[in-house]
Ligand binder design. Sequence first.
Ligand SMILES: Cc1ncc(COP(=O)(O)O)c(C=O)c1O
Length: 461
Amino acid sequence: MADRNLTRPDELSQGLSFYRSPEGELFCEDIPLRDLARRFGTPLYVYSRAGIAERLEAYEKAFGEEPHQVCYAVKAASTRGILELVARQGAGFDCVSGGEILRALEAGGDPKKVVFSGVGKSVADIAFALRAGIKCFNIESPAELDRIHAVTERLGIEAHVSVRVNPNIDAHVDAHVATGLGDSKFGVKLTEVIPLYEKAAKLPMIRIEGISCHIGSQVESAEPYLRMVTVLAGFVNELARRGIVLHHIDLGGGAGVAYHPDEKPLEPSELIPALIKAVRREVSVPDIEIFVEPGRSVIAQAAVLLTTVQYLKSGLFERQFAIVDASMTELVRPAIYGSYHLIEPVVPHPKAQRQILNIVGPVCESTDFLGNDRNLAIEAGDLLAIRTAGAYGMAMASTYNSRPLPMEVLVDGSRVIPLRRPQTALDLTRDEETLGLVKNPGMSEEAVRSLFAQSLGMSIE
Ligand SMILES: Cc1ncc(COP(=O)(O)O)c(C=O)c1O
């Protein structure tokens, strides 16, 4: 264990969840990342409990005595142990499917703190949410209200609802994660909002709770949020004039985090007081409760993805590649959004040749890269940390190319807690049906599975 008083500051972790020892080795809390890679193998997601707790506390502290509810966006990282940490700290959950509600409640979440967003809620998901008694549905279209109403009548259970407004606001974020522009599929268009509330108010099994909005992800300043508050306040005030009094205003998630040491996260201590001030100034309903749905800003900087360099190779035209054992199946953000993640050696390797490298994975897709043009001194066998990997990392992982899902562990001080059972390719084929067409298989199923199992984890060091 390194003496944390002697550590080097690390710009990409809040608090001291990740830091370097005086010798330059990267730690998570009290544990050298190198030890975790040795014990669990790579690719490996490592989460810091303190890092997650500190972010949730930052939101709570920023709200202080204001009536509020923080609903963690489950989609950002939905592994059960993480949701348990969130539930234990008293936060609620923003879910976008029946499966996410299931996870949140299995993890001990309070259904009365669950909001249900998403443009395509199925009848089964609506029924489950009603039976579980969630806080409210964030309705995303007039047709969805009709469907929810039909399910309430069938089950004889009232639905509590908000309307998710599409405010037609540019949050100045990457087009892939912008959700508040008029041409996006999310939310109810401005002209339909008041008629939808008026219709909902007349439906016997519908209880109107609030209003919601989410303008996008990785938002860098409070300014687009303040424009959103003005749009929502206009609706809250107009509805109050018409006798429909809302109890909460849900401002969504989206606060940006630092992927690069030069980037400044949009801190809750900066964003939340500005939002509270704007809501209290512009909304005529006193003490309306303020909800937020942060995902990325809770979990992104609290985790790294560890990966081992498999091979170095050169392409034509001087291009150099480091082929690592993580790929787009563990972390798809670079491949689908072109996102930047800082990639750095866990233990410095001063003797290795420094060069400009494209860090790529083994998956057979040209888009399978983790970082391009990185100036690194590394060799085959070195361990790398892909930083700020907690949000939309594991939650978007796939088994493409028959790659098993990566292992995830939580570090809590000097304790290491596995968050899932390790998976192998043997688990991937187990649930598939055979057609029984090949009468004389080249090898028996038992034999091939046994050979595969024998080869797992083999090393030539
Ligand atoms: C409705 C809703 N709420 C909250 C979030 C969380 O956003 P972020 O992870 O950027 O905080 C999202 C993300 O897409 C969302 O769609």
